[in-house]
Write a protein that binds this ligand. Structure first.
Ligand code: NDP
Length: 330
């Protein structure tokens, strides 16, 4: 069903002025991913306590290859989250020139360790390492990132699986914010194995009508304008513009793009004094795959930062506890 607002837009071919009117008539709800992630982490901490009473301590192995700054930041916050929630963690840091064979041996050892329930291999890996071979070598029972083909297959078949963390987080945001999914038209832009495809599958299992778009999609704006729920997982700063959004839609912006260029900053955030202060202080800021102006068309949206991002780590923690339970048949 295309809500009335869009059909009117098309019917009367409303120009920019009327778009502005529509925009001003509504105040979109900001979906606070940080608060939702904090709530999930509290629940996970409770589960960890309950497992401790049964003599079980979930454990996560985090494998960080080389010295990529962004990866180091991500892994550090994953290890810190483990500590906060009472999950055991083991940070393993092979050098950047590690071979695929050595990495396969490491994964095999981690698969055998009883104190490890989840194995996280931080991506990207150096180009000479065979990433697919490594991800396939992780035991599906310990695949807390949900990247193993067995888990991808289980997810598609609608069987209990360790689902990829970011897409699982999207569903948590929608559900915990009281946004209806069943019967809604969800349009997912992006078809990667780690975000787009699993997000589409999870939305389908929640009874959304799902359209998946990608770089070869014809007339993308015509499709995104039909979305009640629009998921942007493209990897291109500010790609979704106001004309691509149905007024009142829920926008989930998965994108994380760092911008350092002043002209680019102005393109997205001109007039945003708070952002400008951060940009001047740090020399960079984050923008999602959705242009900030497009959020003004939405009924609700996830901001960047502070939207989907925090959920990814929270769901990793939840998956680790889940894996600990499943492995022991609890
Ligand atoms: P990928 O590069 O793997 O996939 C991007 C997808 O976008 C592809 O399917 C591609 O299509 C599609 N695409 C690219 N250009 C266009 C276009 N012009 N029109 C329509 N579709 C297009 O990225 P990821 O899925 O790994 O990540 C997507 C974004 O999400 C990134 O910004 C990333 O940083 C962010 N991310 C955020 C996370 C979080 O925790 N919040 C976690 C993971 C990712 P095609 O397949 O045809 O090439």
């Amino acid at each position: 069903m295309i809500p009335l607002a869009l059909s009117r837009l098309q019917q009367f071919n409303l120009g920019p002025k009327r778009y502005d009117d529509l925009r001003e008539s509504r105040m979109p709800t900001i979906l606070d991913g940080a608060a939702i992630a904090a709530a999930i982490k509290l629940e996970v901490a409770e589960e960890v306590k309950a497992l401790a009473a049964q003599g079980v301590r979930p454990g996560l192995a985090a494998v960080l290859v080389g010295n990529l700054a962004a990866s180091e930041i991500y892994v550090r916050s994953k290890v810190q989250s483990c500590a906060d929630l009472g999950i055991y963690s083991d940070l393993i840091t092979p050098p950047a020139d590690v071979t695929t064979e050595d990495m396969l041996d490491l994964v095999s050892a981690l698969n055998s360790r009883d104190d490890i329930d989840g194995i996280l291999i931080q991506l990207p890996l150096p180009a000479h390492v065979d990433t697919k071979a490594l991800l396939d070598a992780v035991s599906p029972a310990k695949d807390v990132d949900g990247f193993h083909p067995v888990n991808a297959g289980r997810l598609q078949a609608g069987r209990p699986a360790l689902a990829p963390c970011t897409p699982a987080g999207i569903i948590e945001i929608l559900k915990r914010s009281g946004i209806a999914i069943a019967g809604q038209h969800a349009v997912v832009v992006g078809r990667s194995d780690i975000v787009g495809k699993p997000a589409a599958m999870l939305l389908l299992h929640q009874n959304a009508t799902v359209t998946i778009c990608h770089s070869k999609t014809r007339d993308l704006p015509a499709i995104t304008r039909q979305a009640d729920i629009l998921v942007a997982a493209i990897g291109r700063a500010g790609f979704i513009t106001p004309e691509m959004v149905q007024p009142g839609a829920t926008i989930i912006d998965v994108g994380i793009n760092r911008i350092t260029d002043r002209a680019e900053f102005d393109r997205f955030f001109a007039g945003d004094a708070k952002r400008e202060a951060t940009f001047l202080k740090r020399g960079s800021t984050l923008v999602g795959d959705v242009h900030p102006k497009a959020f003004e068309m939405a009924g609700a949206y996830t901001p960047v930062p502070g939207g989907v991002g925090p959920l990814t780590i929270a769901m990793l923690m939840a998956n680790t506890v889940r894996a600990a339970r499943m492995r022991r048949g609890l």
